[in-house]
Design a protein around this ligand. Structure first.
Ligand code: PMT
Length: 401
């Protein structure tokens, strides 16, 4: 049962919309409060009355309709939704969402909501396979939207291929799974660092490392999905900022330190997945160093501050340790030396885990020395396992106060 969860069902102009009436009905039968929002073209296929008849609720279709209550409708709809589902999602709606266009009620709601968003595309095979549509879907996926791939078969237009709205069963299962994600970080502010820092040598060169930011971004996404307010402090990476997360971009360790110190002032937990450079060039040259300048003379390094050790606020502190040898010993000694609540020991000896891949193999170690070895899993799953511990430790702290 979906016990009184508010589900905003967006429907757009595709012939597959008739299946959305069934979806709205099934969701209502399972106890969800379904707010249906139709685009103008959707109303050409099916009338609002069909949705109202199965949901027993008002159907929304125009930004400029007189609101039922005295509130700004697209904002209140966006805020009260526990989840937004757009099924069917046309190529046009997907393109608008990917570029942030908000020219109708549904696209405004998606821009304004902090709830998870699920898209179930349905369209002609050529439109679906067009690289513009695929790029837009990739962008949205990277921002944390869930996408249910369309099915393959004979399409309404007569063509055969991918483009059919996914099976109702599959859509329902994804909705239930998303709504069942515990909201156990609601009211908590979590600061997460991600990516590597870059320490300039001169205007064209820097010292850095192989961190892609994937681990930290997965943590931000998972914490957001569990209801946290998330500040993500990110070194230079190639990833779009997850929707609903405050992203602060930095380049150097010193900049990361300033951003962390500022953010932890009103935070409950700090999780440092970033690979911070331990050293920086004492001085960055103002102009490009030439071969003839005897470059070796310019590289005098000085220590960067250890950011996490310098955080004295009463926040839960979680560190990472990426090690190529003596993983557990090194990680355990960092718990002590950096004053951490627990550490994520990151095995970087194999190619399938650690830097710049989608999966990770880690061991969680706490101050008491208890260890949990996790098998190879996606960085998003690792993030949830880390957050399970954060939730438990935050609860213990609250009991102690
Ligand atoms: O970004 P990805 O490609 O997804 O890769 C993820 C990762 C491998 C970078 C990540 O999972 C990871 O292990 N990050 C920590 C990297 C590391 O080696 O940290 P460290 O052992 O140098 O530092 C230990 C802890 O102190 C870390 O939490 C680090 O953020 C922090 N630290 C380090 C140096 C410094 N000057 N200040 C710090 O706060």
């Amino acid at each position: 049962m979906l016990g009184q969860k508010v589900l905003l069902l967006g429907v757009t102009g595709s012939i597959a919309i008739y299946k959305a009436v069934d979806l709205a009905s099934k969701l209502t039968q399972r106890g969800a409060l379904v707010d249906v929002v139709m685009t103008q073209s959707a109303t050409r296929f099916v009338t609002p009355l069909s949705f109202r008849s199965v949901t027993h609720r008002q159907v929304y279709k125009d930004m400029w309709d007189e609101p039922v209550e005295l509130e700004i409708e697209h904002i209140s709809l966006a805020e009260r939704a526990n989840m937004v589902v757009i099924a069917p999602a046309t190529a046009n709606m997907i393109a608008k969402l990917a570029t942030g266009i908000a020219d109708d009620l549904l696209s405004c709601i998606v821009l304004a909501t902090k709830a998870p968003v699920l898209l179930a595309p349905a369209m002609n095979v050529n439109m679906y396979e067009n690289h513009v549509t695929q790029d837009n879907l990739a962008k949205l996926r990277a921002r944390g939207f869930k996408i249910i791939e369309p099915g393959t078969g004979i399409l309404a237009c007569g063509a055969t291929g991918a483009g059919r709205l996914a099976d109702m069963e599959q859509i329902m299962a994804t909705i239930v799974e998303t709504l069942e994600t515990p909201q156990d970080l609601t009211g908590q502010h979590i600061v997460i660092t991600a990516g590597g820092t870059q320490e300039p040598i001169d205007p064209v060169r820097h010292i850095s490392n192989r961190s892609s930011g994937k681990m930290g971004y997965a943590l931000a996404q998972a914490a957001r999905d569990r209801g946290a307010e998330v500040s993500l402090i990110s070194g230079p990476v190639n990833l779009p900022g997850p929707a609903g997360v405050r992203v602060l971009c930095v380049q150097t360790a010193l900049q990361m330190k300033d951003a962390v110190m500022q953010a932890v002032r009103n935070a409950d937990a700090l999780i440092m997945a970033a690979a911070v450079a331990d050293y920086r060039p004492a001085e960055a040259a103002a102009s490009k160093i030439k071969k003839e300048d005897q470059a070796e003379k310019f590289l005098h390094l000085v220590r960067n501050p250890d950011i996490i050790s310098e955080v004295k606020e009463e926040v839960l502190k979680v560190g990472f340790a990426a090690e190529s040898e003596d993983l557990l010993e090194n990680a355990i000694s960092k718990i002590q030396s950096k004053g951490l609540d627990f550490i994520v020991a990151n095995d970087i000896t194999s190619n399938d885990s650690g830097f710049d891949v989608d999966n990770n193999r880690v061991t969680l170690i706490d101050r008491q020395g208890s260890r949990e070895d996790l098998p190879l899993m996606s960085k998003l799953d690792v993030a949830h396992r880390i957050l399970d511990r954060v939730v438990a430790l935050l609860a213990t702290r609250e009991l102690g106060n």
